[in-house]
Design a protein around this ligand. Structure first.
Ligand code: GUN
Length: 281
């Protein structure tokens, strides 16, 4: 039976330390989130981020813009936040409405306030094994979980399923930077089963329930599940057939309670880190 990787516990410990550090600051770190439109999932995520920030003493501000907002209005708002010294971190919740050019919006954020690490400057730093201002939240959370459980990365076969800019690509590059042998799989990959079977570390970030089944998993593999899906009974579930894979893996993350809490934890840590960078410490 696998050891459960407890993201709730690890994130709680990290956030307790962060809260202590913030307590002693005279001026608090600040995070501004822009949300456009009425997407229900986005609203839930943004509220969670705001609540967590407030709990930690991070000053948080949510700017709500209507679905009909123009590209220019959105870019002007980002410009205003870039120029506002009281704002340390800027996050534009994705997805954006179809008439907005998401790439242009991301590229407008000053890289030193880019708390998601979505800007090409910061992504490029990761791609070239350089130094972004901060690392992207979910990949950073995954690496911290591996570190916490003393799971070695160097020399291991890591298979990442999913090539999104938010998770798949950056986590693959971060594992490569730590000397893993990395394979990225996606919807056009042939022979997914055989490739996954060779993995010491499996990271699934697809959004398809029961994608990773027990017969695809090598005995003793480390299984990280980034999926967020609804099971037939309405409960939250990941990409991995947890019940059966748990019997073969050495380590496994549950959904919920694995990677999810680490993502929001990284966001808080990143806000604090940007505050420190901007204040010269
Ligand atoms: N939408 C889904 N995940 C994320 C995220 O990590 N950051 C932002 N800005 N939007 C998202």
């Amino acid at each position: 039976m696998a050891q459960i990787i407890d993201g709730k516990l690890v994130s709680k410990k990290i956030l307790e330390n962060l809260s202590d550090e913030i307590l002693f600051l005279e001026k608090k770190p600040s995070l501004t989130v822009i949300i456009v439109g009425e997407d229900p999932a986005s609203k839930i995520y943004v509220n969670l981020k705001k609540k967590k920030a407030q709990e930690l003493g991070i000053h948080s501000n949510v700017i709500e813009m209507p679905e009909s907002v123009s590209q220019k209005e959105l870019l002007d708002k980002i410009e205003e936040l870039n120029n506002d010294d009281s704002v340390n971190a800027v996050l534009v919740q994705l997805p954006l409405p179809k008439h907005i050019d998401t790439k242009a919006v991301i590229e407008k954020i000053n890289p030193i306030k880019d708390v998601d690490c979505f800007h090409p400057y910061n992504m490029g730093q990761i791609a070239t094994n350089g130094k972004p201002y901060v690392y992207p939240c979910t990949p950073k959370g995954i690496i911290r979980l591996l570190e916490y459980y003393d799971i070695p990365i160097e020399g291991k076969n890591a298979v990442v399923i999913g090539r999104s800019n938010i998770v798949g690509r950056p986590v693959a590059q971060m594992l490569l930077n730590q000397n893993a042998t990395v394979t990225i799989c996606h919807s056009k990959t042939k022979n997914l089963d055989a490739i996954v079977k060779n993995a010491d570390i499996i990271i699934s970030a697809v959004g398809q329930k029961n994608l990773i089944k027990a017969d695809m998993v090598k005995d003793g593999a480390v299984v990280i599940d980034v999926g967020m899906n609804r099971a037939d009974d309405g409960k939250l579930c990941g990409d991995v057939d947890f019940y059966n894979v748990e019997k073969k893996a050495a380590f496994i993350t549950p959904v919920p309670g694995g990677v999810g809490p680490m993502t929001i934890c990284s966001l808080m840590q990143n806000t604090f880190d940007l505050y420190k960078i901007q204040n010269g410490s």
